[in-house]
Design a protein around this ligand. Structure first.
Ligand code: ADP
Ligand code: TRP
Length: 325
Protein backbone atom coordinates (compact mmCIF):
# COMPACT_ATOMS: atom_id res chain seq x y z
CA UNK A 1 0.00 0.00 0.00
CA UNK A 2 1.28 3.44 -0.82
CA UNK A 3 0.38 6.17 1.66
CA UNK A 4 0.72 9.84 0.87
CA UNK A 5 0.02 13.00 2.79
CA UNK A 6 0.98 16.65 2.69
CA UNK A 7 1.25 19.48 5.19
CA UNK A 8 1.22 23.13 4.23
CA UNK A 9 4.14 25.20 5.52
CA UNK A 10 1.83 28.01 6.54
CA UNK A 11 2.79 28.49 10.21
CA UNK A 12 4.29 26.86 13.29
CA UNK A 13 2.94 23.35 13.83
CA UNK A 14 0.94 22.68 16.98
CA UNK A 15 -0.56 19.87 19.08
CA UNK A 16 -3.64 19.73 16.80
CA UNK A 17 -1.45 19.16 13.75
CA UNK A 18 0.55 16.52 15.61
CA UNK A 19 -2.31 14.43 16.96
CA UNK A 20 -4.56 15.11 13.95
CA UNK A 21 -2.01 14.37 11.24
CA UNK A 22 1.75 14.11 11.82
CA UNK A 23 1.73 11.35 14.45
CA UNK A 24 -0.16 9.09 12.08
CA UNK A 25 2.17 9.91 9.20
CA UNK A 26 5.18 8.97 11.29
CA UNK A 27 3.60 5.72 12.46
CA UNK A 28 2.70 4.82 8.89
CA UNK A 29 6.34 4.72 7.82
CA UNK A 30 6.72 1.25 9.36
CA UNK A 31 3.68 -0.42 7.85
CA UNK A 32 3.46 1.18 4.42
CA UNK A 33 5.41 2.84 1.66
CA UNK A 34 5.02 6.41 2.87
CA UNK A 35 5.33 9.65 0.90
CA UNK A 36 5.14 12.79 3.03
CA UNK A 37 5.52 16.17 1.40
CA UNK A 38 5.62 19.83 2.29
CA UNK A 39 2.94 21.56 0.24
CA UNK A 40 4.78 24.76 -0.61
CA UNK A 41 2.86 25.42 -3.86
CA UNK A 42 -0.35 25.24 -1.83
CA UNK A 43 1.07 27.53 0.84
CA UNK A 44 1.53 30.25 -1.80
CA UNK A 45 -2.22 30.79 -1.51
CA UNK A 46 -1.55 32.34 1.92
CA UNK A 47 2.19 33.01 2.36
CA UNK A 48 3.48 35.55 -0.13
CA UNK A 49 6.89 36.35 1.28
CA UNK A 50 9.77 34.37 -0.24
CA UNK A 51 12.02 34.33 2.83
CA UNK A 52 9.21 33.30 5.13
CA UNK A 53 8.01 30.52 2.82
CA UNK A 54 11.53 29.10 2.62
CA UNK A 55 11.88 29.27 6.40
CA UNK A 56 8.49 27.65 7.11
CA UNK A 57 9.24 24.91 4.57
CA UNK A 58 12.49 24.09 6.33
CA UNK A 59 10.71 24.25 9.71
CA UNK A 60 8.21 21.58 8.70
CA UNK A 61 11.06 19.31 7.55
CA UNK A 62 12.87 19.83 10.86
CA UNK A 63 9.69 19.16 12.83
CA UNK A 64 9.05 15.84 11.07
CA UNK A 65 12.65 14.68 11.42
CA UNK A 66 12.82 15.66 15.09
CA UNK A 67 9.54 13.87 15.80
CA UNK A 68 10.84 10.62 14.36
CA UNK A 69 10.23 10.54 10.64
CA UNK A 70 13.01 8.38 9.25
CA UNK A 71 13.98 9.49 5.73
CA UNK A 72 15.29 6.00 5.00
CA UNK A 73 11.81 4.60 5.52
CA UNK A 74 9.53 7.42 4.40
CA UNK A 75 10.10 9.70 1.45
CA UNK A 76 10.06 13.29 2.76
CA UNK A 77 10.08 15.94 0.04
CA UNK A 78 9.07 19.39 -1.11
CA UNK A 79 6.03 19.48 -3.37
CA UNK A 80 7.84 21.84 -5.74
CA UNK A 81 10.66 19.35 -6.33
CA UNK A 82 8.20 17.45 -8.49
CA UNK A 83 7.03 20.28 -10.76
CA UNK A 84 5.07 17.78 -12.87
CA UNK A 85 2.24 18.03 -10.31
CA UNK A 86 1.40 21.45 -11.70
CA UNK A 87 1.30 19.97 -15.20
CA UNK A 88 -1.04 17.26 -13.98
CA UNK A 89 -3.21 19.81 -12.15
CA UNK A 90 -3.67 21.65 -15.45
CA UNK A 91 -4.59 18.46 -17.31
CA UNK A 92 -7.09 17.54 -14.57
CA UNK A 93 -8.60 21.03 -14.83
CA UNK A 94 -9.55 20.31 -18.42
CA UNK A 95 -11.74 17.32 -17.45
CA UNK A 96 -13.23 18.85 -14.28
CA UNK A 97 -16.42 20.90 -14.21
CA UNK A 98 -16.55 24.25 -12.42
CA UNK A 99 -19.46 22.94 -10.33
CA UNK A 100 -17.27 20.39 -8.55
CA UNK A 101 -14.84 23.05 -7.31
CA UNK A 102 -17.65 25.48 -6.50
CA UNK A 103 -18.98 22.95 -3.99
CA UNK A 104 -15.72 22.77 -1.98
CA UNK A 105 -16.47 23.57 1.71
CA UNK A 106 -13.01 24.84 2.51
CA UNK A 107 -13.15 27.32 -0.38
CA UNK A 108 -16.68 28.43 0.52
CA UNK A 109 -15.71 28.83 4.21
CA UNK A 110 -12.72 30.99 3.35
CA UNK A 111 -14.77 33.21 1.05
CA UNK A 112 -17.48 33.47 3.75
CA UNK A 113 -14.80 34.68 6.18
CA UNK A 114 -14.05 37.52 3.79
CA UNK A 115 -10.78 36.14 2.40
CA UNK A 116 -10.52 37.44 -1.16
CA UNK A 117 -10.15 34.40 -3.38
CA UNK A 118 -7.38 33.99 -5.93
CA UNK A 119 -7.76 31.55 -8.83
CA UNK A 120 -5.16 29.44 -6.97
CA UNK A 121 -7.35 29.19 -3.87
CA UNK A 122 -10.29 28.13 -6.04
CA UNK A 123 -8.16 25.55 -7.87
CA UNK A 124 -6.55 24.27 -4.63
CA UNK A 125 -8.38 20.89 -4.72
CA UNK A 126 -7.15 20.26 -8.25
CA UNK A 127 -3.52 20.59 -7.25
CA UNK A 128 -4.24 18.39 -4.23
CA UNK A 129 -5.78 15.76 -6.54
CA UNK A 130 -2.65 15.93 -8.71
CA UNK A 131 -0.48 15.43 -5.57
CA UNK A 132 -2.35 12.25 -4.78
CA UNK A 133 -2.85 10.79 -8.25
CA UNK A 134 0.65 11.40 -9.57
CA UNK A 135 2.06 8.84 -7.10
CA UNK A 136 -0.83 6.37 -7.56
CA UNK A 137 -1.41 6.69 -3.81
CA UNK A 138 -3.79 4.18 -2.26
CA UNK A 139 -4.37 5.78 1.13
CA UNK A 140 -4.35 9.41 2.18
CA UNK A 141 -4.25 10.00 5.96
CA UNK A 142 -5.96 13.31 6.67
CA UNK A 143 -8.16 15.08 9.18
CA UNK A 144 -11.94 15.26 8.70
CA UNK A 145 -11.74 18.69 7.09
CA UNK A 146 -9.88 17.22 4.10
CA UNK A 147 -12.20 14.32 3.30
CA UNK A 148 -14.20 16.26 0.72
CA UNK A 149 -10.96 17.01 -1.13
CA UNK A 150 -10.23 13.27 -1.33
CA UNK A 151 -13.73 12.62 -2.66
CA UNK A 152 -13.12 15.27 -5.31
CA UNK A 153 -9.84 13.52 -6.16
CA UNK A 154 -11.75 10.27 -6.70
CA UNK A 155 -14.13 12.10 -9.03
CA UNK A 156 -11.30 13.69 -11.01
CA UNK A 157 -9.52 10.34 -11.39
CA UNK A 158 -12.77 8.90 -12.75
CA UNK A 159 -13.33 11.82 -15.16
CA UNK A 160 -9.84 11.40 -16.60
CA UNK A 161 -10.02 7.62 -16.90
CA UNK A 162 -13.47 7.80 -18.54
CA UNK A 163 -12.63 10.64 -20.88
CA UNK A 164 -9.56 8.93 -22.26
CA UNK A 165 -10.75 5.35 -21.91
CA UNK A 166 -7.81 4.13 -19.82
CA UNK A 167 -7.38 3.24 -16.17
CA UNK A 168 -4.42 5.57 -15.69
CA UNK A 169 -5.23 6.52 -12.10
CA UNK A 170 -5.98 4.33 -9.10
CA UNK A 171 -8.77 5.37 -6.75
CA UNK A 172 -7.36 6.76 -3.50
CA UNK A 173 -9.15 6.41 -0.16
CA UNK A 174 -9.03 8.76 2.82
CA UNK A 175 -7.61 7.25 6.00
CA UNK A 176 -9.17 9.05 8.94
CA UNK A 177 -7.39 9.50 12.19
CA UNK A 178 -9.37 8.38 15.22
CA UNK A 179 -8.06 11.38 17.21
CA UNK A 180 -10.97 13.76 17.65
CA UNK A 181 -10.58 17.49 17.18
CA UNK A 182 -7.88 18.72 19.54
CA UNK A 183 -9.11 21.75 21.52
CA UNK A 184 -7.04 24.91 21.82
CA UNK A 185 -6.42 26.83 25.04
CA UNK A 186 -9.75 28.66 24.60
CA UNK A 187 -11.71 25.43 24.01
CA UNK A 188 -12.34 26.02 20.27
CA UNK A 189 -10.60 23.76 17.71
CA UNK A 190 -6.85 24.37 18.03
CA UNK A 191 -5.85 26.28 14.90
CA UNK A 192 -3.17 28.71 13.74
CA UNK A 193 -5.91 31.03 12.59
CA UNK A 194 -7.53 31.25 16.07
CA UNK A 195 -4.33 32.11 17.96
CA UNK A 196 -5.12 29.40 20.53
CA UNK A 197 -2.34 26.91 19.83
CA UNK A 198 0.28 25.16 21.90
CA UNK A 199 3.16 24.89 19.44
CA UNK A 200 5.14 21.66 19.39
CA UNK A 201 8.49 23.38 19.64
CA UNK A 202 7.91 26.53 21.59
CA UNK A 203 10.15 27.11 24.57
CA UNK A 204 9.10 25.14 27.67
CA UNK A 205 8.27 28.24 29.71
CA UNK A 206 5.85 29.67 27.22
CA UNK A 207 4.26 26.24 26.62
CA UNK A 208 3.73 25.95 30.37
CA UNK A 209 2.21 29.43 30.62
CA UNK A 210 -0.22 28.54 27.84
CA UNK A 211 -1.12 25.21 29.44
CA UNK A 212 -1.78 26.94 32.78
CA UNK A 213 -4.12 29.35 30.96
CA UNK A 214 -6.33 26.66 29.36
CA UNK A 215 -9.96 27.61 29.80
CA UNK A 216 -11.87 25.58 32.42
CA UNK A 217 -15.26 26.02 34.05
CA UNK A 218 -15.73 27.49 37.53
CA UNK A 219 -16.63 24.29 39.44
CA UNK A 220 -15.12 24.74 42.93
CA UNK A 221 -12.31 22.48 44.13
CA UNK A 222 -14.53 20.62 46.60
CA UNK A 223 -17.14 19.68 43.96
CA UNK A 224 -16.85 16.73 41.52
CA UNK A 225 -16.02 17.66 37.91
CA UNK A 226 -16.93 16.31 34.49
CA UNK A 227 -13.84 15.11 32.61
CA UNK A 228 -15.82 14.70 29.36
CA UNK A 229 -16.35 18.45 28.95
CA UNK A 230 -12.93 19.59 30.21
CA UNK A 231 -10.32 20.95 27.77
CA UNK A 232 -7.47 19.96 30.09
CA UNK A 233 -8.74 16.38 30.28
CA UNK A 234 -9.06 16.26 26.47
CA UNK A 235 -5.32 16.99 26.23
CA UNK A 236 -4.45 14.61 29.09
CA UNK A 237 -6.21 11.93 27.06
CA UNK A 238 -3.65 12.45 24.29
CA UNK A 239 -0.57 12.54 26.49
CA UNK A 240 -1.14 10.39 29.60
CA UNK A 241 -0.89 6.61 29.80
CA UNK A 242 -4.13 4.66 30.03
CA UNK A 243 -3.57 3.93 33.74
CA UNK A 244 -2.80 7.52 34.56
CA UNK A 245 -5.81 8.74 32.63
CA UNK A 246 -8.08 6.38 34.60
CA UNK A 247 -6.63 7.82 37.79
CA UNK A 248 -7.33 11.41 36.61
CA UNK A 249 -10.85 10.44 35.69
CA UNK A 250 -11.37 9.13 39.20
CA UNK A 251 -9.92 12.33 40.68
CA UNK A 252 -12.13 14.53 38.47
CA UNK A 253 -15.25 12.71 39.58
CA UNK A 254 -14.40 12.98 43.30
CA UNK A 255 -14.32 16.25 45.28
CA UNK A 256 -10.96 17.84 46.07
CA UNK A 257 -9.19 18.11 42.73
CA UNK A 258 -8.28 21.56 41.43
CA UNK A 259 -7.90 22.16 37.69
CA UNK A 260 -4.46 23.63 38.48
CA UNK A 261 -3.23 20.14 39.50
CA UNK A 262 -4.35 18.65 36.20
CA UNK A 263 -2.74 21.51 34.27
CA UNK A 264 0.58 21.12 36.09
CA UNK A 265 0.65 17.44 35.25
CA UNK A 266 -0.29 18.20 31.64
CA UNK A 267 2.66 20.60 31.38
CA UNK A 268 4.99 17.85 32.66
CA UNK A 269 3.60 15.31 30.23
CA UNK A 270 3.98 17.80 27.36
CA UNK A 271 7.60 18.34 28.32
CA UNK A 272 8.26 14.58 28.67
CA UNK A 273 6.84 13.97 25.21
CA UNK A 274 8.27 16.93 23.29
CA UNK A 275 11.37 17.91 25.30
CA UNK A 276 13.61 15.23 23.71
CA UNK A 277 12.28 16.09 20.23
CA UNK A 278 13.07 19.76 20.91
CA UNK A 279 16.68 18.81 21.62
CA UNK A 280 16.90 16.68 18.49
CA UNK A 281 15.43 19.55 16.51
CA UNK A 282 17.97 22.04 17.85
CA UNK A 283 20.80 19.70 16.86
CA UNK A 284 19.35 19.14 13.39
CA UNK A 285 18.80 22.86 12.88
CA UNK A 286 22.57 23.40 13.17
CA UNK A 287 23.12 21.07 10.23
CA UNK A 288 21.37 22.91 7.39
CA UNK A 289 23.10 20.72 4.81
CA UNK A 290 21.59 17.54 6.21
CA UNK A 291 18.01 18.81 6.01
CA UNK A 292 18.58 20.01 2.47
CA UNK A 293 20.10 16.63 1.53
CA UNK A 294 17.13 14.74 2.97
CA UNK A 295 14.67 16.91 1.03
CA UNK A 296 16.68 16.78 -2.20
CA UNK A 297 16.97 12.99 -1.99
CA UNK A 298 13.24 12.65 -1.19
CA UNK A 299 12.46 14.92 -4.15
CA UNK A 300 14.47 12.71 -6.50
CA UNK A 301 12.73 9.56 -5.31
CA UNK A 302 9.29 11.16 -5.55
CA UNK A 303 10.02 12.49 -9.03
CA UNK A 304 11.14 9.06 -10.17
CA UNK A 305 7.82 7.63 -8.93
CA UNK A 306 5.82 10.38 -10.67
CA UNK A 307 7.55 10.24 -14.04
CA UNK A 308 6.09 6.94 -15.39
CA UNK A 309 2.61 8.00 -14.30
CA UNK A 310 3.01 11.30 -16.16
CA UNK A 311 4.12 9.39 -19.25
CA UNK A 312 0.91 7.36 -19.05
CA UNK A 313 -1.10 10.56 -18.59
CA UNK A 314 0.54 12.30 -21.56
CA UNK A 315 0.10 9.27 -23.74
CA UNK A 316 -3.51 8.78 -22.73
CA UNK A 317 -4.48 12.35 -23.61
CA UNK A 318 -2.24 12.86 -26.63
CA UNK A 319 0.35 15.23 -25.22
CA UNK A 320 3.58 13.91 -26.62
CA UNK A 321 6.61 14.72 -24.58
CA UNK A 322 9.65 15.81 -26.61
CA UNK A 323 12.08 12.96 -27.13
CA UNK A 324 9.40 10.26 -27.25
CA UNK A 325 7.90 8.77 -30.37
P1 ADP B 1 -4.60 24.98 11.08
O1 ADP B 1 -6.08 24.89 11.39
O2 ADP B 1 -3.80 25.24 12.31
O3 ADP B 1 -4.31 25.97 9.96
P2 ADP B 1 -4.20 22.99 9.03
O4 ADP B 1 -5.54 23.30 8.43
O5 ADP B 1 -2.97 23.45 8.31
O6 ADP B 1 -4.17 23.55 10.54
O7 ADP B 1 -4.14 21.44 9.30
C1 ADP B 1 -3.10 20.57 8.94
C2 ADP B 1 -3.49 19.18 9.38
O8 ADP B 1 -3.64 19.11 10.82
C3 ADP B 1 -4.83 18.70 8.80
O9 ADP B 1 -4.73 17.31 8.45
C4 ADP B 1 -5.82 18.88 9.92
O10 ADP B 1 -6.87 17.96 9.86
C5 ADP B 1 -4.94 18.65 11.19
N1 ADP B 1 -5.43 19.49 12.31
C6 ADP B 1 -5.29 20.83 12.43
N2 ADP B 1 -5.84 21.28 13.59
C7 ADP B 1 -6.35 20.20 14.22
C8 ADP B 1 -7.04 20.00 15.46
N3 ADP B 1 -7.30 21.01 16.28
N4 ADP B 1 -7.41 18.74 15.79
C9 ADP B 1 -7.14 17.70 14.96
N5 ADP B 1 -6.50 17.81 13.77
C10 ADP B 1 -6.09 19.04 13.39
N1 TRP C 1 -4.81 20.42 1.97
C1 TRP C 1 -4.01 19.75 2.96
C2 TRP C 1 -4.16 20.50 4.32
O1 TRP C 1 -4.39 21.69 4.34
C3 TRP C 1 -2.57 19.68 2.56
C4 TRP C 1 -2.38 18.87 1.31
C5 TRP C 1 -2.02 19.34 0.06
C6 TRP C 1 -2.56 17.46 1.19
N2 TRP C 1 -1.95 18.29 -0.82
C7 TRP C 1 -2.29 17.14 -0.17
C8 TRP C 1 -2.94 16.46 2.10
C9 TRP C 1 -2.39 15.81 -0.65
C10 TRP C 1 -3.03 15.14 1.62
C11 TRP C 1 -2.76 14.83 0.26
O2 TRP C 1 -4.00 19.88 5.36
Amino acid sequence: MRILSGVQPSGKLHLGNYFGAMKQHIEDQDAHEAFIFIANYHALTTIQDAGRLRELTRDVALDYLALGLDPKKACLFRQSDVPEVTELAWILSTVTGMGLLERAHSYKDKVAKGISASVGLFAYPMLMAADILIYRSNLVPVGKDQVQHIEMTQDMAGYFNNTFGREVFVRPEAKLNEAAIVPGIDGQKMSKSYGNTIELFEDPKSARTKIMSIKTDSTPVDAPKNPETCNVFALLRLLASREELAEWERRYRAPGMGYGDAKKRLAELFEDRFGPARERRAALAKDARRVEDVLADGGRRARAAAEPVMQDVREACGIIKAGRT
